[in-house]
Design a protein around this ligand. Structure first.
Ligand code: MG
Length: 161
């Protein structure tokens, strides 16, 4: 067993509002509605950050970057990823793999999937073939199925630098 490996889980839900830009995993998607949030609302990046931070034994995203802090209003969530990666590296760790599920009625993730993988790989400094993104529809069930919200779930594996 390799006890230097560490796994983390991140989950993020955002309400959707018509007319807002829809940025997921750092990729601008064509959709009638976008996530509401204090920052840009990128639930996929927020889930990825929490998975990475969790694996490193660090505080979660909401603790590190308070949504009450005006300097984070409308902030590009890529900034959060870079800050998380820096903290992880300071702990002598690196991200070995990332796997995400994005549950949403619209947009469908398929057409954006490869761009999302590439963006996540660049932000967390790992090869594209170690990043995966899957889209799931809400199957008309609950707030996600009605198109009122979306949810992103991420798992991260970390190891020594
Ligand atoms: Mg969030």
């Amino acid at each position: 067993m390799n006890d230097a490996l560490r796994i983390g889980l991140g989950i993020d839900v955002h309400r959707l509002e018509r007319g807002r830009p829809c940025v997921l995993a750092g990729v601008r998607c064509e959709a009638p509605a976008g996530p509401v949030g204090h920052s840009d609302g990128d639930a996929a990046l927020h889930a990825a950050c929490d998975a990475v931070l969790g694996a490193a034994g660090l505080d979660d995203l909401g603790t590190l970057f308070s949504d009450r802090d005006p300097q984070h209003r409308g902030r590009d969530s890529a900034d959060f990823c870079r800050a998380c990666l820096q903290r992880v590296q300071e702990r002598g760790l690196r991200v070995l793999s990332l796997d995400l599920v994005v549950e949403t009625e619209t947009p469908r993730i398929g057409p954006y999937r490869q761009a999302m993988r590439e963006r996540l790989a660049a932000l967390f400094d790992l090869p594209v073939d170690r990043v995966n993104v899957k889209g799931k529809s809400g199957e008309k069930v609950d707030a996600i199925g009605r198109g009122e919200a979306l949810r992103a779930t991420a798992v991260a594996l970390l190891g020594p630098r």
